[in-house]
Write a protein that binds this ligand. Structure first.
Ligand code: GLY
Length: 367
């Protein structure tokens, strides 16, 4: 069992990681229940895990009420938010209660935002069931729904009271989803931890095959890295938390071109985006071509895309740069980019010329 503290003063919380934890979750949740019925929000794909969680609550004498939503990005909408907040209010949720988010990033983001606004804020707990949610979105308090103008544009910072991670739930997750989550794991090595990148090179195959020790180590290492970054810059104001956006600017353009659909999963776009960020850094003479090639080779080896074409996107540089102009990170006409001086040496560059990025994309495409 590993327990990692996200140190945020009065809003500090623990992230507990252990195989089989879901069946024991009741012991962690009972103290938050105040003897009242706990609401669990989940989606139709997570029903087997819902049964395990409810049994663990029953075992410690805690009653629960499940709210089961439709799976998929479409649930991060005003319509579902309205439905969910009404249900929580009908259940009589109070400010001192804790609503349980059981699911992937969609459920975590939606429940996080709903609980940020119900009665001007009540408590919530994250029980993430995808690798991507376990190593990234369940930790750090970013919550959101999507707007007509783009993804995650309506939201709030709202920290959970505890995060319970059971790596065993990944046994039933489709490999494509595990791989997409792995992109966010390897990201922590690329940001500032070359030793972890080397560990990833040596152990990714075992991790993706479901080796319990490799999986738990990767999740714990990733969560510890994220906890450090969030503690240093909770609201992404100093540039430290922005490091977590490595690969996301190029990736966002690819996702936008794919219509934010299952054609290209977020983690797949981040994988290709990280390869492009390193490729662009090398093209600018900031990083060595060797490092860029090593990053791309690792992504290819695990089955993640390492280029625009490998991501299944057939779009020119004008189109992709056009998508970048709608990135929510745009700041007074400039787009902050995460570039690298090498593996484990990522930095924020606020002076990137998008024409230069376009020229790089043309060259990378062979144009
Ligand atoms: N996923 C990026 C962040 O939490 O800041």
């Amino acid at each position: 069992m590993t327990s990692i503290t996200v140190s945020l003063g009065a809003r500090s919380y623990e992230v507990v990681i252990e195989d089989g934890l879901l069946a024991r979750a009741g012991a962690y949740l009972a103290p938050l229940s105040r003897g009242r019925t706990m609401a669990i929000v989940t989606d139709e794909n997570v029903l087997p895990h819902l049964a395990t969680l409810q049994a663990s609550l029953t075992a410690v004498g805690v009653a629960s009420e499940a709210i089961v939503l439709a799976p998929g990005e479409g649930s991060k909408s005003w319509a579902t938010l309205e439905l969910l907040t009404d249900r929580l209010l009908d259940l009589g949720v109070e400010r001192g209660d804790h609503v349980i988010a059981l699911g992937g990033g969609v459920i975590g983001d939606l429940v996080g935002f709903a609980t940020a606004i119900v009665k001007r804020g009540c408590g919530f707990v994250q029980i993430p069931t995808t690798l991507l949610a376990q190593v990234d979105s369940s930790v750090g308090g970013k919550t959101a729904i999507n707007a007509r103008a783009g993804k995650n544009l309506i939201g709030a910072f709202h920290q959970p009271a505890i995060v319970l991670i059971d790596p065993q739930v990944l046994d039933t997750l489709p490999l494509r989803q595990v791989r997409a989550g792995y992109a966010e794991v390897v990201k922590y090595g690329l940001i500032d931890d070359v030793a972890f990148f080397e560990w990833c090179e040596a152990n990714a195959a075992a991790l993706l095959a479901g080796d319990p020790r490799a999986r738990e180590y990767a999740i714990a290492h990733s969560v510890a890295a994220k906890a450090r970054i969030v503690a240093a810059d909770e609201r992404e104001t100093t540039g430290v938390r922005a490091l977590l956006n490595l690969g996301h600017t190029f990736g966002h353009a690819l996702e936008a071109e794919a219509g934010f659909s299952d054609r290209l999963l977020h983690g797949e776009a981040v994988g290709a985006g990280m390869a492009l960020a390193f490729g662009y850094s090398a093209a600018r003479g900031l990083a060595s071509g060797q490092d860029a090639a090593r990053v791309a080779a690792h992504l290819r080896a695990v089955g993640l895309p390492d280029s625009v074409a490998a991501a299944g996107i057939d779009a020119g540089s004008d189109t992709l740069v056009g998508h970048m102009l709608h990135d929510k990170k745009m700041d007074a006409g400039t787009l902050p980019f995460l570039l690298a001086h090498g593996i484990g040496r990522t930095f924020l560059d606020k002076s990137v010329d998008l024409k230069d990025v376009g020229a790089f994309l043309d060259t990378a495409r062979g144009g």
